[in-house]
Design a protein around this ligand. Structure first.
Ligand SMILES: [Zn+2]
Length: 1001
């Protein structure tokens, strides 16, 4: 990007101004201020132009020196950066960058790639001007190249696309602002994630990457690909977007991301160095050269071209870069010297992008991949499907934090300058942006880190919350014209909120981050029994007081003392808020105590849930609008975690799910039941055991059934690690098929004991059928579809016809030998085992209209309203309702990003949230007028950018690739064009990213 203006000190981004009179003008918008020594650079020598020469008649071996620096795993991010606690793992990222920069200067042929911007950002901030100058020069000459370049290398199973796009944007924009076009990574590099999501391929393509390389895939898949020379392919990232938009060249690296055997020269490796003094006894050049040439030829046999790649590095390597570079210098020298004797092997320092360029020039046809790389197994009993659910509370906290971050970003824009520095002091979204970006790492939200590191991730998110809450308070003070202090209640899920518990009069502000109006049922912990609630127009709001459940009383243990919950429905306008006033009335009536018998059914005007009068279990679900009716039982079970004494030593652990039997243990066939039924909500409360309970809930106006589960502390005194699932068994004839979302976006078809791209030899009948979901899964037959929408990422499967099972919680007693070195046994607040609570939302619809329901429902869970409370009566001047939009966006359009970039520029992402074929009503192109979007902001100009916001859209040009299956190329989807520069059209599943120049109206 970085259109150079020669202006020192700031990267200047040009925004095209659009006015109603179609006067096209230009203004400059400064991005974040940069260090004064930053030099603009046009990119003449970096990128593909800086690639080393190769020999077309020979086998070219691209040595790629690299380090893999986890943004937290066995140690925290800080500990890794500084090299603290080396007794856990010897690793210090600051020294890696110090050492590499010093070694790169010794030989212009040397190359290095760097990946994790979270670390590079810290290191860069630590450097003096001289070092920065040197580094900038290395970057400009392509000797130090950024690949991937996101804040971290995100997990692909448990991340939501919205947070992945944000973390990539944070990293890519820092690189752009620091190095300009030479800092733009060409290659996505996901060498370590444990399975690969198709949505990631789609996002990387839309971010402008030319290719993706990764290290891990199923061992059976790898075997076949090696035989068929299909280690490199074109991955079709989307069924809705055009191939040119979402196809991505994808390469599987030969050795994971490690060097070939015998050639690891890090200070922690024990392979022999190149000993090249022929006078000495240990002279080994001939032996090493022969071995290297043979290794290269063997590798070349499984790849298509006369170029191969070798990853020369591994986890936290190059802390001392000398042994690596010194030995590679010699290796290159001696191997190439053999060319004089007729050797056809040419070895060179290179980078993934230089290797990719050679593949592109080779003009090959590549196989086409249309599904994804889940689940990942590295052996017959080693399915990495446990981490889909590991650390369910962290997974939920990360998701909630994303919701708050989006709200925080929006309110920073809407509240103007006072948001960051207002009546409640200084607030910001920076801490949350960074904490959320770190949380996307493949050992963070994945749940595969050590306990102390998981605690640190949560703590950093909590710091982000605190900063954002000040910003939100400042902004809402501006927008509501009221300085009455606000409090936020983070423990509403366990009915704890001091202000509502004790106050006789308070107001509730409901901020809605969605671009359409929402209704939301709130439950506030209270001690009174009769309340008057009025909405922003003064109208009375129907409400009910219900007793706090026993399960909640058990969980909160001394926090809060509310006896009741005040339940009512609120509405909030698009991208805005609505305020409710709540007053305790004098009354000596007691709310109805729960009834201890199971009802035959609970129902409202949309939905009816039936119960088995014998067992108290759910027995059916009827959509009263469409008359769909399914039989449905739901119960809780646990799998016995393998402890390693059955036919191999593999245990269940943080990564791996390995039940020791395919039959899970049922917890209770006849739970204790109590029932609450009133005009606002109907609840069937089920207690299955002291550690498993559930509330099945139907609100008066909702079209979905809510299943709120509470699990823990999972007992392990019987010496069994437990993997707890809930199973929904229906009479839907699903015939082995089920459907799961990819990073919360497009949906993929799954089939029991089957993989679309190879003949699966199924060796784990349960674990080998688990897949990740981020927001939804469904089963269907010709008549009915049952969709479950979740509140966090989880593992799911369909083992039986008509059945869906979701893993909710895991507590294990063994490590699974994948490096974390700890059993996954979260202690929780009271050190007895973690208690986790969450929700599943169930809908039954005809298959053809299911998306019309589950798309908005899932977005409403991802971006949920933010509740804040104010004590007493608000001043009359206070504004009780506000919307930042002129009108709600069309139902197909989701406002994905609204975030302040500089004082007068804003990042906007609009998304079409339906797939091409999934909705008769909404899978149509839809047009939005950027000028008429906001009620409070005037849009002065708009420029379209790549998805990662580090390149102008018009400058994006990616390598195009030919596939071996050109005949299967889908016909070009006739994308609708924009009617005018400010009326933008979104085609199904399209995300468009704009840099807006704005001013407050
Ligand atoms: Zn890693």
């Amino acid at each position: 990007m970085a259109e150079s203006t020669g202006q020192k000190g700031a990267l200047v981004i040009t925004v095209v101004i659009i006015t109603v009179n179609i006067i096209i003008n230009t203004v400059t918008v400064s991005a974040r201020a940069l260090p004064s020594n930053t030099h603009q650079h046009s990119g003449d020598q970096c990128g593909y132009k800086s690639c080393p020469a190769t020999k077309s008649s020979m086998l070219n071996v691209h040595l790629v020196p690299h380090t893999h620096d986890d943004v937290g795993w066995l140690k925290t991010v800080d500990q890794y950066y500084y090299g603290e606690r080396n007794y856990i793992q010897h690793a210090g990222v600051q020294y890696i960058l110090d050492s590499v920069v010093s070694e790169l200067q010794k030989n212009p042929a040397r190359r290095f790639i760097y990946v994790e911007t979270a670390f590079f950002y810290r290191w860069w901030n630590d450097q003096n001007e001289n070092t920065r100058k040197i580094v900038t020069q290395l970057v400009q000459e392509g000797r130090l190249e950024f690949v991937n370049g996101g804040w971290c290398m995100s997990d692909e199973a448990s991340t939501h696309y919205s947070a992945v796009i944000d973390q990539m944007t944070l990293g890519l924009r820092f690189l752009n602002e620091t190095f300009g076009e030479c800092g733009r990574p060409r290659v996505a590099w996901h060498i370590d994630p444990f399975g690969h999501a198709r949505e990631h391929a789609s996002m990387f393509a839309q971010m402008g990457y030319d290719g993706l390389f990764f290290g891990r895939l199923d061992y059976q898949d790898k075997q076949r690909r090696l035989q068929m020379k299909e280690m490199e392919m074109v991955w079709r990232g989307s069924e809705s977007l055009n191939a040119s938009t979402a196809d991505l060249f994808t390469g599987v690296l030969p050795n994971g991301y490690n060097p070939p055997q015998g050639f690891c020269w890090d200070q922690f490796c024990s392979d022999d160095p190149v000993q090249d003094d022929p006078e000495l006894e240990n002279y080994n050049v001939d032996e090493l050269v022969t071995k290297f040439i043979s290794t290269a030829k063997t590798q070349a046999d499984t790849y298509k071209t006369n170029h191969i790649i070798m990853t020369m590095g591994s986890d936290f390597q190059y802390e001392n870069a000398i042994p690596w570079y010194k030995n590679m210098d010699k290796l290159i020298h001696y191997v190439n010297a053999q060319q004089a004797n007729g050797s056809q092997v040419n070895v060179l320092y290179s980078t993934p992008s230089c290797y990719l360029q050679e593949l592109h020039l080779s003009d090959q046809k590549w196989p086409l991949k249309t599904d994804d790389f889940f689940p990942y197994a590295d052996g017959p009993h080693e399915f990495w499907t446990g981490y889909f659910t590991s650390r369910p509370a962290l997974k939920r906290y990360e998701r909630l934090s994303n919701s708050l971050l989006q709200t925080c970003n929006q309110l920073e824009v809407l509240g103007g300058k006072m948001s960051r520095d207002g009546v409640f002091g200084k607030g910001d979204s920076d801490a949350m942006k960074q904490a959320m970006a770190v949380a996307q790492h493949h050992d963070a939200v994945s749940g595969t880190e050590k306990q102390h590191v998981a605690d640190d991730y949560a703590k950093q998110l909590a710091v982000g919350w605190a900063h954002c809450q000040v910003l939100v308070s400042n902004s809402l003070a501006v927008l509501s014209e009221s300085d009455v202090p606000r409090v936020f209640c983070e423990n509403l899920n366990i009915s704890v909120c001091p202000i509502t518990e004790s106050s006789k009069m308070f107001s509730l502000n409901v901020y809605n981050p969605l671009a359409r109006p929402v209704s939301w049922s709130v439950r506030l912990p209270v001690n009174g029994t009769l309340y008057n609630i009025t909405d922003s127009s003064g109208k009375q709001v129907e409400n009910q007081v219900v007793p706090v459940s026993k399960a909640t009383q058990n969980v909160r243990r001394g926090q809060g003392y509310a006896k009741y919950e005040l339940v009512f429905e609120v509405q909030a306008p698009p991208l805005g808020f609505s305020t409710y006033s709540i007053t305790l009335l004098k009354a000596n009536r007691s709310p109805a105590e729960p009834n201890h018998s199971a009802p035959l059914s609970i129902q409202n005007k949309y939905l009816k849930a039936s119960f088995d009068p014998e067992t108290g279990l759910l027995s059916g679900l009827t959509n009263l609008e469409t008359q769909q009716n399914i039989q449905l039982t739901q119960n809780f079970y646990w799998y016995k975690a393998s402890v390693g004494n059955v036919d191999s030593s593999q245990t269940s652990g943080a990564y791996i799910f390995r039940p020791n039997s395919s039959s899970p243990v049922i917890i209770n066939n006849k739970p204790e039941i109590s029932t609450v039924q009133n005009s606002v909500v109907q609840e069937v409360r089920q207690q299955f055991s002291p550690w498993v309970s559930q509330v099945i809930r139907l609100y008066e106006n909702s079209r979905e059934l809510e299943l709120e589960w509470t699990i823990g502390p999972v007992p392990v005194d019987d010496n069994w690690g437990k993997e707890v699932i809930t199973r929904l068994d229906s009479n839907i004839n699903s015939a082995g098929y089920f459907y799961t979302d990819s990073n919360g976006r497009e949906v993929l078809e799954r089939r029991k004991d089957y993989r679309p791209t190879w003949d699966l030899k199924q060796t784990e009948p349960i674990a080998g059928n688990y897949y990740p979901i981020n927001s939804r899964a469904f089963i269907k037959d010709a008549n009915s579809q049952m969709t479950v929408v979740t509140d966090r990422s989880q593992g799911i499967s369909s083992i039986y016809n008509g059945s869906l099972e979701i893993m909710l919680h895991r507590r294990l007693l063994r490590d699974d030998y994948r490096g974390v070195g700890e059993p996954l046994s979260e202690p929780g607040e009271f050190k007895e085992g973690l208690v986790v609570r969450g929700k599943l939302l169930l809908i039954v619809t005809p298959p053809e209209t299911a998306a019309d329901s589950h798309r908005p429902l899932a977005q409403g869970i991802v971006l949920q309203p933010l509740l804040s409370f104010q004590q007493g009566v608000l001043p009359h001047s206070a504004k009780l309702e506000f919307s930042a939009l002129d009108a709600a966006l069309p139902p197909a359009v989701h406002l994905l990003t609204l975030s302040q970039l500089s004082s007068d520029s804003v990042l906007l992402r609009l998304e079409h949230q339906f797939e091409k074929k999934e909705s008769k009503t909404f899978s149509q192109p839809v047009t939005v007028n950027l000028m008429k979007l906001f009620s409070t902001l005037e849009v002065l100009g708009a420029s379209e950018m790549s998805l990662g916001a580090n390149q102008w859209k018009e400058n994006m040009s990616r390598f195009q690739w030919n596939t071996t299956t050109d005949a299967d190329m889908k016909p070009l989807w006739a994308e609708m064009r924009d009617p005018s520069p400010w009326e933008v059209t979104l085609n199904p599943m399209e995300i468009r990213t704009f840099l807006l120049s704005v001013q407050q109206k």
